[in-house]
Design a binder for this molecule. Sequence first.
Ligand code: HEC
Length: 129
Amino acid sequence: MNHAGVLTIALLFTTGLFGTAAHAAGDAEAGGKLFVRTCGGCHQVGESARPGFGPVLNGVIGRTAGSTEGYQYSEAMKSSGVVWTRETLAKYIEDPKSVVAGTRMIFWGISDQEKIENLLAYLETFQPQ
Ligand code: HEC
C-alpha cells in the first residue's frame, strides 16, 4: 500500500468509522510528527534515508534487529536475536533496555500507548511494497 493509502485509512479510523479499531490502528500522520520530533534526530526513513547516529528504519517491522547495511550496531543489538514485530517495537520504544539490554540507543522511552501506536502506524508506511 502506498503512503497516501495508509494515511487515508488512518483518517477513516480516526473519524470513528471502524469503532474501537481506531485505537489499535494508530494515526500515521500524528505518528509522523512525533517521529520527526522524538526519533528524527537519530533515525531517518524514506527513499533518501541514510544511517545517522542510529540505523535507517525503513522496513523495520519483521526484520531481525541489527541487520541493516552500513550501520555499526552495538554487540548487544547484533547478538540480541530480537525480531522487530509490533510487540517488540512497542516495548523497545517504551523502554529500549528492557528488550535489548546494553543497546546504545539512549532514549527515555514513551509510555503513552496511543503515541506508540501512532509511531508504529507511521513506520508501517515505510515497509517494502
Ligand atoms: C539519541 C538517538 C536516538 C533516538 C532519539 C532514537 N534512537 Fe533508535 N537507535 C539509536 C541507536 C544508536 C540505535 C542502535 C542501537 C544499538 O546498536 O545498540 C538505535 C536502534 C533502533 C532500532 C533498532 C533498529 C535495527 O535496525 O535493529 C529501532 C527499531 C529504533 N532505534 C527505533 C527508534 C524509535 C521509534 C525512536 C523514537 C521513538 C528512536 N529509535 C529514537 C538512537 C536513537
